[in-house]
Ligand binder design. Sequence first.
Ligand code: HEC
Length: 557
Amino acid sequence: MRSTFLLLIAAVCGAVVLSQTRVHPLHAQARDPVALTGQVTSTEGPMEGVLVSVKKTGSTITTTVVTDEQGRYRFARTRLEPGQYALRVRAVGYDLEGAGTVDVVDHKTATADLKLQKARDLGSQLSNAEWLASFPGTDAQKASIKPCTHCHTLERIVRTRYTADQLVSVIERMATYPQLSFPLKIQKLPAPRIGGGPDSPDQRRAAWRRQAEYLATINLSTSPQWSYALKTLPRPKGKATQVIYTEYDLPQRTRQPHDVIVDSTGMAWYASFGEQILGKLDPRTGKVTEYPVPLLKPEAPTGILGVRFDKDENPWLGMQFQGGIAKFDRKTETFQTWSLPRELNGPHVQINQVSPGRAHVDGKVWLQDAGTYTVLRLDPGSGKFDVFEPYAIPRPNVYDVIPDAQNNGYFLVLGTNDVGRIDAKSGKITIFKTPTPGSGPRRGMMDSQGRLWFGENNGDRIGMFDTRTERFQEWAAPTPGTWPYDATSDKDGKVWSGGEFTDRILRLDPRTGQFVEYLLPRPTNVRRVFVDNRTTPPTFWVGNNHGASIVKLEPLE
Ligand code: HEC
């Protein structure tokens, strides 16, 4: 009798343990008690792929789910505590009818069926890619205004009434801003870059004039409404609706979280593209702690571009016009900085990238200077910098540098279609060319099998260079006009990417070539992409560079 009883207990315990290990928390959450549900409809009928976002009064956290084939959405109770929530939707071409608030209460499922009506102002809903697809003009004309998306949207430009002449002076003013300047925090370029060689003022003026004349045909200078139809991308479907997004607001609108990376305790680290600020977000509470980053050149523009961890997960920062790099010690919460020596540290210097990931191998840290388009390597102990010049002036834009397991430096060349290798020991430089001409490799990461994944920013592709076989592979973005900025692979071998144009995050299965495209809840100027491999499936993180927020994307499968 007694033994049967024990056996029974053992069987029950076994079952419990099994279900806990087999059922992932995200899967479980689909079956968890529901706090809020409803159906989204319009004149189309029930609508699939509508993003429904809720934000509790006074909170900095917004949670978003996507409607299924029947137009239904649901938020699990584990995701929403009781309170009053503001509701928002993203479905291009539509607005939410009515007030859009809902009360979530304990022990009872709240229902909010949402009716959508035709958008009052479709132009305010378009992504940069949708604007570019809508514009008349040649590919070359459209390519000439692509860089206008770095600091604000194309919408800002096409809503103006400026004539071509007036636009020339606007564009001339834009050329006085460094890339870290945006309308909420304006800074001035201290000196032009020298890597590309001296440029001809006549040629520059002619290029501005061509841009201005083209823009005057697509803005509101000649008619009160745009003369072309506004084209929209399809809403998410199927797998792209199986996702939960959590968006965390940062303390000030001037924060531009260009790079966001997550440590093994779950803290998300970011630095502000235009400010001397390193921040830490605790996603469990939404609490943000910020640390002021030392100034190295008080009169130069402020802000940080690249943020990467060393082996001990201390964040290192590329300090741009401050002319150096910084390391933040997570334990002592103090910074150590290294400035370039005086002879290398002119006002044109812009240290964008720093890669300390393999510094434990030989003690050296890779970095890149966008002012000269060179690659550098620091010995932090002695403070000595080695300079590598893969090209003679006029050089193409050398954008990123990423170490392999031996701390050889692989650099990505945005200005052409090169991936280069600097041998750590001999300093020998070898150049490899992507199959797509002019593909513009921009940023990337090295996976554990020595494969370098990167965004082909001008090739509209994701690229991979296998450093062992020295072979490339490329995958075209499923939506033309995505222009991937960065790429990263996760523990399941899936590859994630995104860019400044579509507000969509790509997840590629390189074995099948299949993509899932997740639409983000808000306009999101995507730069660095990151996956946290501690969860199953892995969780994706990105900063909203112009939206002062950090976005977490949890796929449900
Ligand atoms: C390096 C950052 C940056 C880039 C790149 C950039 N802009 Fe701007 N833009 C700004 C800033 C900052 C402002 C707000 C301050 C101002 O108006 O000068 C602005 C404002 C504007 C405005 C509104 C101001 C007005 O006078 O109505 C227009 C129009 C504009 N930009 C056009 C463009 C065009 C066209 C391009 C591409 C050729 C471009 N911008 C590229 C930073 C940039």
